[in-house]
Design a protein around this ligand. Structure first.
Ligand code: PGA
Length: 253
């Protein structure tokens, strides 16, 4: 569907000090500041959000966070809420990344609360789903995704889901250099779109953007983006350098 505007998002994970993050953001804008045909986002660490926002606010590159807590405020030491992210200039928030599920106890239930909190605050959730290598080998890929998506979006109705973005990130492809083949990714993206259709209707399934993530690089982005149900990418390692991230953004189209 060509009305879906591509989104290329960079997840900087726990990399870069404030000054390094700001420097990379400024460099990135020098490379991609004139790009107008796709949406772009970078997600630095919490502590660099404000400084990076100051550097990108008059550019086409938007700001994202990597996580949030679902209460607006309260005695939750160490946590950061959706309204706080919004006030720091965020437009997007990555939610349910597999590293959070794996190392920080994120579950489908907490993901669900976070997605609701993000939408309520006017943030666009980048809702991450994906199977592990073991699950893929056991033939459970589609059933795992079905469960993650149903539980992650439980209690939400299609009218609320316009801001939602889904990122399919096979866990075995993250940071490993192993990418899903274009066809493997397309098959899952098509399945996710059909799940959205069955649960939330045709209009949302036509308009929702589904990103692919997992070892996206300048040399594999174009063929992934050529797949009909892949609407963008969530990039980790290759987004850390402004040069390689800009090459991904400027993939041949
Ligand atoms: P990667 O990470 O591009 O380094 O594989 C992707 C992600 O974790 O979002």
């Amino acid at each position: 569907m060509d009305q879906r505007r591509p989104l290329i998002a960079g997840n900087w994970k726990m990399y870069k000090t404030q000054s390094e993050a700001t420097e990379t953001a400024k460099q990135l804008i020098r490379y991609v500041g004139a790009v107008t045909d796709i949406d772009m986002m970078i997600a630095p660490t919490f502590i660099a959000l404000t400084a990076v926002f100051a550097a990108i606010k008059n550019s086409p590159v938007a700001l994202g966070a990597q996580n949030l807590y679902w209460e607006d405020e309260g005695a939750y030491t160490g946590e950061i809420s959706a309204p706080m992210l919004k006030s720091a200039g965020c437009q997007y928030c990555i939610i349910g990344h597999s590293e959070r599920r794996q190392y920080f106890g994120e579950t489908d239930e907490t993901v669900n609360k976070k997605i609701k909190a993000a939408i309520k605050a006017g943030l666009q959730p980048v809702f991450c789903v994906g199977e592990t290598e073991k699950e893929r080998e056991a033939g459970q890929t589609l059933s795992i995704l079905d469960k993650q998506i149903k539980k992650g979006l439980e209690g939400l109705v299609s009218e609320q889901l316009d801001p939602l973005i889904i990122a399919y990130e096979p866990v075995w492809a993250i940071g490993t250099g192993k990418t899903a083949t274009d066809d493997q990714a397309q098959e899952v993206h098509r399945f996710i779109r059909s799940l959205v259709k069955n649960n939330f209707g045709q209009a949302l399934s036509d308009s929702i953007r589904i990103l692919y993530g997992g070892s996206v690089k300048p040399d594999n982005i174009a063929s992934l983006m050529a797949m009909p149900d892949i609407d963008g990418a969530l990039v980790g390692g290759a987004s850390l350098s402004a040069e390689s991230f800009s090459q991904i953004i400027k993939f041949k189209r």
